[in-house]
Write a protein of this length. Sequence first.
Length: 254
Amino acid sequence: MAPPKRIADEPAFVLHRYDWSESSLILEVMTRHHGRQALVAKGAKKPTSNFRPVLLPLQPLRLGYSLSPDAQAEIHTLKAADWVGGHIMPTGDALLSGYYLNELLMRLLARDDPHPGLFDAYAAVVRVLASEHGEALQPVLRAFELVLLRDLGLLPALDQQTATLTPLSAKGLYVLVPEGGLREAQAQERGGLPGAWWLALQRALDEPAPLAATLRASADGTAELKHQLRALLHYHCGSRTLRTRQLMIDLQNL
């Protein structure tokens, strides 16, 4: 039997971890070149394990792992993990926001489906979460949600009405709805945003560095966009309320 193929020095983030045995963990990780992977970290819970202080969420890592010799197996074996460094762990609202992004990725990313551009956008958002720029928290979350939906093919074109393919009027008002895509806002309907704004957003998403461009383009409509994107994400996640979102609500009500 040929030895298992090994992946070395792979940029990655831990999205989720859970117990596998008394001493080991199963990790769900997002890698840059191989997409979402499930890895078993044998002995990672032991006090003497080199993995123990490294396998943390929202921290940039370099991983080495062996692919299972069984082509049907979904879980591979972690062999090496190094912390890349560069920033500290986010805290407070930023930490909860990071867990929220991880839950989105866990629900929406398929295994073995690489999205290197999305990985880079996520890494950039994590750096913002770890910084002291609290005022950028909501805008950067909205920008990442848009990049995520676009990369996964779940965001309709924002330069035309989805049902009729009619170009947007710069002065018209439009809303983004889960079942119908982008459509003209009805009389007295709240949340409509100008066509010129949606057009600018589409141009930003088409840029080579879409996260930064989308962050700039969406800055003036973050509040209105939040509810529309939340509804669209919940629709594709198959859940009305994400666990991290419910946790945020519960903490706010304490």
